[in-house]
Design a protein around this ligand. Sequence first.
Ligand SMILES: *Cc1c(COP(=O)(O)O)cnc(C)c1O
Length: 404
Amino acid sequence: MSNNTKHPHEHRNRQAPARNRAIETVLTHQGRKPGDQFGVVNTPVYRASTVLYPDLKTLKNRSQPYVYGRRGTPSSKSVEDVITTLEGGKGSKLAPSGVSAISCALMSVLASGDELLISDSAYEPTRMLADGYLARMGVSTRYFDPRIGGEIVRMIGKNTRAIMLESPGSLTFELNDIPAISSAVEGREISIIVDNTWGTPLYYNPLALGANIVVHAGTKMFVGHSDAMFGTITCDTAHWPALEETHGLLGLCAAPDDCFLAARGLRTLALRMKEHSTRSIKMAQWLEGQDIVQEVLHPGLTSHPDHDIFVRDFRGAGSLFSFCLPRANQEALAAMLDNMELFGMGYSWGGFESLILPIDLKKKRTSTVWPNDHQIIRIHIGLEDFGELQDDIAAGIARYKAAM
Ligand SMILES: *Cc1c(COP(=O)(O)O)cnc(C)c1O
């Protein structure tokens, strides 16, 4: 742009004082700079590898906001700013998937000879990373009962450096007591990492409860439309230098197009989460009343063993939970799942559309024994008409019962 072209929207670049704004306002305004984009409301997709420098001095000092595509663009910054504000961290880094966000977080705090403790309810790929790659790099891992709370102190050894939590676990939905675990390790050099994909910062704030690093499979609720892979890592001040360095060394970055989709998803996160929360609790309550249902695994239910923690630490519920049917043959399961009209069968969750998945816990738990052999069915409650979703599940359960 030539010198005499005054940027027409310069004066409209209002930086909302984000930290004291309500979440809904942050989601609506944070990370956007229309004044830098000719007034365009959303930060456009900045596809970039090379970023040019105007002169040698700037090149030497790297004294411009963006230096190279992998190191960030306005598209990535627009998302980082929102997540950092919502999680209340020092800063955030983006990754191409939730798994890469988890790997990066763990690698930023662990070295050869260290020990990692993981909640037994954690996401399976997290366990595979620990038992495979991290083991080869000289990091040992032990698993613990998700409900261990302050008793975790008994497991702490002189090499324990990190504790990986997922609250609730995305298959069986136990909650981790972050404040109790955090108090138990206080004063030691142990980092607490939490996968907050279920609650989102709208309903759950691990850093405020005593955790040090929060990761998200942004693929789920942030993107919100089942059409992009995304991950985020946010941490406190003490962990920021190591996170920044590790993220850079691993060469991680999220594609600008996916940053755009995440930024767009975040604008409606509050609206979607409110709807998901109400519906998942309502559906869980209804399922609890069905004869054939043995148990409903949803921390928002008063019957759930961790409901007190839910009431204390969460402001709402995620879209995902499980319910348990009596174990039956494969034909009964197929009769139910193959004929669902609205619930699709597929991995992932967090989109606008409802999903259903049979869960097999074998190999997914090692420190605790799941107390029964029920058939666990996991569902993500989407945004379809609630009554029609209910009818779909009722018909599915009836098919299961008939084929048992
Ligand atoms: C899906 C998921 C992940 C992994 O995210 P990807 O984007 O699929 O790599 C991590 N944690 C939880 C709780 C998830 O549901």
